[in-house]
Design a protein around this ligand. Structure first.
Ligand SMILES: Cc1cc2nc3c(=O)[nH]c(=O)nc-3n(C[C@H](O)[C@H](O)[C@H](O)COP(=O)(O)OP(=O)(O)OC[C@H]3O[C@@H](n4cnc5c(N)ncnc54)[C@H](O)[C@@H]3O)c2cc1C
Length: 239
């Protein structure tokens, strides 16, 4: 059995509820006491169930240089097996986790511009890249559109603002599909705003994460409509 398949015992060190539907867990390895991964990878959470645990994948949302723990962002899926379990946690529980798994998409050296398009907890993979690579590649032109449903679903703004202070050319915007009339930012879906980016004249890589429908539409637009090089598009669908 490869070491990634042997369950690690990990403690829930902190629970942060960002919205009604997004919960962050800070996880600390106990057995073994270190956990190494590469930005872009995911772990598998073993959800206790009879007759056997149910396995669900979660992208790691924190700096891959940190070996003493990591963060996960969960979106609540009504009546979902893992969601029900994660929202029942109170803190200090020991979780069973395997991994890390998954291809490392992040290309080094990076292109001149990186465009991150994500929805919901798809932010996790992209935030992990930014946290892990910001010192190594501070001068990249980073752009991000982050799609959520309503103003109440906006989260991680302080973390993204902090990144903006560290990275000289990082810009992000929320795109809200069902905003109130008070919302002055972008309305609709992230895939509706592709024309606002200059990826035809600037060497660009796209990273897409989250909703499968968004990923499909962005790829169709870029590859079929614009003739964009598909080897520069990296995507992970969560559904
Ligand atoms: C590589 C990978 C990485 C992932 N990383 C994350 C992550 O970082 N954060 C995260 O929140 N999720 C992530 N997911 C999704 C996650 O693995 C689960 O599918 C999700 O949490 C739902 O599990 P559940 O047991 O609560 O729901 P289930 O019991 O599996 O599903 C209940 C119902 O909800 C539907 N459903 C399942 N998933 C979704 C979804 N994402 N959105 C809407 N409806 C859904 C199902 O079709 C089913 O009808 C990732 C998936 C993959 C493949």
């Amino acid at each position: 059995m490869s070491s990634t398949r042997i369950p690690h015992k990990m403690k829930v060190a902190e629970i942060i509820d960002h919205t009604h539907h997004v919960r962050e867990l800070v996880i600390v390895p106990t057995e073994p006491s270190e956990f190494t991964f590469k930005a872009g990878q995911f772990i598998t959470l073993h959800v206790p169930q009879e007759p056997k645990p149910v396995l669900r994948a979660y992208s790691i949302a924190s700096d891959d240089r940190e070996k003493q723990g990591f963060r996960l962002l969960f979106k609540y899926v009504p009546e979902g097996i893992a969601s029900t379990y994660v929202w029942s946690l109170k803190g200090s529980e020991i979780l069973s986790v395997t991994g890390p798994f998954g291809r490392v998409f992040f290309k080094e050296p990076p292109s001149e511009q990186i465009i991150f398009l994500n929805t919901g907890t798809g932010l996790s993979q992209h935030y992990c890249y930014l946290m892990s690579k910001k010192e190594l590649f501070p001068k990249v032109r980073y752009r991000m559109l982050f799609g959520v449903r309503t103003e109440q679903d906006v989260y991680y703004q302080p973390q993204l603002e902090a990144l903006k202070k560290e990275l000289p050319d990082f810009q992000y915007e929320y795109v809200i599909s069902r905003p109130t009339e008070n919302w002055t930012g972008k309305r609709g879906y992230v895939q509706h705003f592709l024309s606002e980016f200059d990826y035809k004249n600037i060497d660009t890589t796209f990273y897409l994460c989250g909703n499968g429908g968004m990923i499909k539409e962005v790829k169709a637009h870029l590859i079929e409509k614009d003739g964009f090089d598909k080897s520069k598009i990296f995507a992970e669908a969560f559904d």
